[in-house]
Ligand binder design. Sequence first.
Ligand code: MRU
Length: 344
Amino acid sequence: MRTVFWENNELKMIDQRILPARFEVRSYRGHQEVARAITAMVVRGAPAIGAAAAFGLALAANESKSSAPDDLLNDLRASAETLKAARPTAVNLAWAVDRLMQAACSVKGSADDVRKVVLDEAQKLADEDVQINQRMAEHGAALIEDGDTIIHHCNTGALATVDWGTALGVIRTAHEQGKKIHVLVDETRPRLQGARLTAWELEQYGIPYEIISDNMSGYFLKAGMAQKVFFGADRVAANGDVANKIGSYMLALAAHDNNVPVYSVVPTSTVDLSLAHGGLIPIEERDPDEVLGIQFHGEPIAPKNARARNPAFDVTPNRLLSGIVTENGVVYPPFDVNLKKVVR
Ligand code: MRU
């Protein structure tokens, strides 16, 4: 099953807030609801939110009552802004919406022709996402050796994409190739995408894993108990700096200090050549309640008046990365020269 799909004129999405306790699929009929679902992280992961926004724009086209194509395009422009504002860091969101707007604007026909093109393009984008992930997975799996223990951060699997996954897709393909691998799953505070979602996916695929808290990875790396680090990215700058889930930077630092290779796995739609370096990537700061709101032995984890910070992403500088795996091959340093060659 896909994470994000179109059925009976509705967008359907697996609700990732409640996994692994419950598996529920929600239906969406309006683009504003979709934007809210992206912000609330019903759907998350850069490629998945791109696909959700694409179908969100198809819903917006159906919601608009305009019968003249130009009026419909104006309605779509407003909806596109609402969708793009839902989360700031993952560039796939803006990339998907811009791709659909371009397709819509190129139509020479009626408003209904525009509606059809928008939906067809959203479906094409979603289908392509799966194929692209599988191509990345083939390139990335070649980097994994039989017997490797891999540290993985956040969730980059089928749930973070339309299907298959980026970094976790690589691990899944290596496993299907018969390589014996073990995954150390960073729990990924504060929203626990690792413990909740990656562990849930690894169980479906029958891949052996253990959950570790984020601050344990340095221990395993220093002890020689992990041979590779794999994570995804929400945006890659032109020089190969990578914005990914908070904690990726610390993980990459510890890996680099112990000569363990670090790979970021990304579709080229995640590469933003308009930004020269990672310092220019907007970092989402989320509600501090995500940090403070969990419990320990049924009790709050901090004093009642405690305050917290909650940046959702950090930037791993290119010098800490061994390679960036894309659907067009693995990119090696110098990233500022070589990334451009794979982004078409
Ligand atoms: O806040 P999230 O859960 O949307 O963050 C997701 C990540 O950081 C992933 O690593 C990233 O989107 C790439 S995985 C396809």
